[in-house]
Design a protein. Structure first.
Length: 675
């Protein structure tokens, strides 16, 4: 049942359009699959190669040289009368922020799993995010032609680790060198005498469908099977509602199974909703820079229509920019289309002040974010000569606009530059980008772990900022510990007659800023702050007084109560040959690891547990030599927990400490008057 291209209308659905993201662990064949899709749709003449550096979606120099995707790439193709915006996302954990931003704008997903390696770390992370966001997904088991490919074993792992609602809609024909494609189980069942290999897959499919519907289950138990039409209808409805996840098989390197995957993408994944006549509502999910045209903002529009020369309000920054061009960009090619309608994605030029995550127009129609990427390391940037300093700062500020998680910290007085990173591969890529794009040679210092602080108990913070005149701001905060992972919860119980609403709003804005640096210099988190007393003066108070007073009141509270140090923790899965098990467990204990009893499996030991980031920075590289290259490690960010008493980590404070009130008041008032 193929859809034809139906224009969007007031019914709120663009039936001839799909927005689909392709996700996978690194090396599962994601970019190769994308190249085959573009080739078979007629978009490109020959499929590019990751190894040769000719992939259409890997067009950055660093991607071509390293053979990995580091940026999400948006491309478009037509298949069976349906236009598909396809986003090829990076598979390496260091670039998880690109995956995170892409998830927000997708209506459907294809998750690629290698038939040889099975479900890997990044696969699980992305899958959990897809499920939390309720995004319909197909699962494509790739590399069926590889040595060690095990279709039924991989399917079993998918159903166990990802979801029991993963159902095969194909049965693979052969495996490894004998792989010859897959037999479709939908819409008509294969004749099992002609395809006996399909029987276990067909049984799995029918059982999964029957379990979702009491009438179908009754029929299945009575008759021992279901009709093809019943199964077909149930799979389509379940896939669209994100209740069933169709599984397909292929070998993208040989082009086997790719066209059937494309059929499933347009038949089983939903069309975007959105009304082109409604007020504009969209989000900027990706930024690039064009040497001639300036900043390019990739926009997913949920409602409304944007045209060339329209003025568009940026709700996040409370400003208006004028659109100069709207283009469909594919790799290094682009075409001016002049209009962007609800449900679609395009590159919008002219939004020179936009940042990643900015909402255009009304925020009502824009879905929330799902945080996946948590940078756990901080590094200092070093450059060759003093003359390069301004250019390096400007270059990193531009890169931080394109990836806000870099969280650039520019210490002007110390002439230092610090940023947050996910891992060593990201640092390598940043070095390359600085050289190729900006002509700058930089190096990074040794990465250090990002700790956090939390309250050691409950108490109050107080400030009476009444000197030097004219000024008047009195604040009292109640500060209490929160549950681990709860972040900051702020509220006020002060009446507007005691402290005007506008002044209270200023305090609410400044509390999170004041908690960015605690007693040890780290962000303070997992606490509840309540403004319990506030006072202004009819003549002497200026709104900026609360900009000065709030950090002093908060730091006064931290100083009275004290803080505890928190460290980032990884959850790990480790698989090693049995002969190395004892040595590895001793190593885990030395790193302050905690783990369950090892599980023996086929001559190997499977160990799961938690590890502090600080003690395990070099563990992945050491694991190879400790196990002669036969150890497999997967890690996920678990969260922050309290450090042991013997661990202490101080971070140099940026700027003047609000505890030194006289010096802080002088510095802040000077900065505010200069600003």
């Amino acid at each position: 049942m193929n859809e034809t291209n139906v224009p969007s209308g007031r019914n709120g659905t663009k039936r001839g359009l799909r927005n689909i993201g392709i996700f996978a662990h690194v090396d599962a064949g994601k970019t190769t699959t994308t190249e085959q899709i573009l080739y078979r749709s007629g978009k490109i003449r020959t499929p590019g190669s990751v190894d040769d550096g000719t992939a259409q979606t890997d067009w950055l120099d660093v991607e071509r040289e390293r053979g990995i995707s580091v940026r999400a790439a948006v491309t478009r193709f037509e298949w069976r009368g349906v236009g598909v915006n396809l986003v090829d996302t990076p598979g390496h954990v260091d670039f998880l922020s690109e995956v995170e931003r892409s998830l927000r704008v997708m209506d459907g997903a294809v998750l690629i799993v290698s038939a040889a390696e099975g479900v890997q770390a990044q696969t699980e992370v992305v899958w959990h995010a897809l499920r939390e966001m309720g995004i319909p997904a197909l699962i494509y088991v790739n590399k069926m032609d590889r040595i060690g490919a095990d279709a039924m074993g991989t399917l079993g792992q998918i159903r166990k680790v990802l979801s029991p609602a993963a159902v095969p809609i194909q049965a693979p024909i052969g495996a490894e060198a004998e792989f010859a494609g897959a037999a479709d189980l939908l819409p008509a069942f294969p004749v099992l005498s002609a395809a006996p290999h399909a029987e276990p897959y067909l049984r799995l499919l029918q059982e999964a469908v029957a379990e979702r519907d009491e009438k179908l289950l009754e029929k299945y138990l009575e008759e021992g099977g279901l009709g093809a039409e019943e199964v077909d209808a149930s799979v389509r409805a379940g896939a669209a509602r994100s209740e069933l996840f169709p599984v397909l098989f292929g070998a993208s390197g040989k082009g086997l199974g790719v066209e059937r995957l494309m059929d499933a993408m347009v038949e089983l994944l939903p069309a975007p909703a959105g009304d082109p006549d409604a007020p504009v509502s969209g989000v900027v999910f990706k930024l690039e820079r064009d040497p001639a045209m300036g900043r390019i903002a990739y926009v997913r529009l949920y409602d409304g229509t944007i045209r060339n020369r329209d003025s568009v309000r940026n709700d996040s920054r409370d400003l208006v920019d004028k659109v100069t061009q709207i283009r469909k960009v594919e790799g290094r090619k682009s075409e001016d289309v002049g209009v962007l309608e609800a449900g679609d994605i395009a590159a919008v030029y002219g939004l020179s002040r936009a940042r990643i995550g900015d909402i255009l127009g009304s925020p009502d129609g824009v879905p929330g974010e799902r945080r996946l990427a948590v940078p756990l390391l901080t590094v200092q940037v070093h450059w060759g000569s003093e003359a390069e300093y301004p250019a390096v700062v400007a270059a990193f500020q531009e890169l931080a606009d394109e990836d806000p998680l870099l969280d650039l910290q520019w210490l002007q007085d110390e002439r230092e530059l610090h940023l947050k990173v996910m891992g060593p591969i990201q640092m390598e890529v940043l070095t390359h980008v600085l050289r190729s794009r900006f002509g700058l040679a930089v190096t990074f210092g040794a990465p250090s772990v990002i700790y956090k602080e939390t309250l050691a108990g409950s108490g109050e913070g107080y400030i009476a900022y009444t000197m030097p005149k004219p000024c008047w701001a009195i604040l009292r905060f109640r500060m209490e510990p929160g549950e681990r992972g709860s972040g900051l919860r702020y509220s006020s119980v002060v009446r507007p007659e005691n402290l005007l609403e506008s002044y209270q709003n200023e305090v609410a804005r400044r509390v999170p800023e004041a908690l960015q640096q605690g007693l040890r210099g780290w962000e303070v988190t997992d606490l509840k702050v309540t403004l319990v007393e506030g006072e202004h003066h009819v003549w002497h108070t200026h709104p900026l007084d609360f900009v000065v007073a709030t950090p002093m009141g908060i730091m006064n509270g931290l100083d009275r109560i004290g803080t505890k140090l928190l460290e980032p923790i990884l959850r790990f899965k480790l698989s090693v040959p049995e002969e190395f098990g004892g040595k590895l467990m001793n190593e885990l204990i030395a790193m302050r690891g905690e783990f369950d009893s090892p599980v023996p499996a086929n001559g190997r030991m499977e160990i799961e547990g938690t590890l502090p980031v600080a003690t395990s920075l070099d563990f992945p590289s050491r694991l190879g030599s400790m196990t002669k290259g036969r150890g497999i490690l997967a890690t996920f960010f678990e969260g922050y927990r309290e450090c042991p008493p013997d661990v202490d980590a101080q971070r140099p404070r940026r700027g003047v400490n609000p505890l030194d009130q006289a010096k802080y008041i002088l510095a802040t008032r000077n900065a505010l008057s200069a600003g």
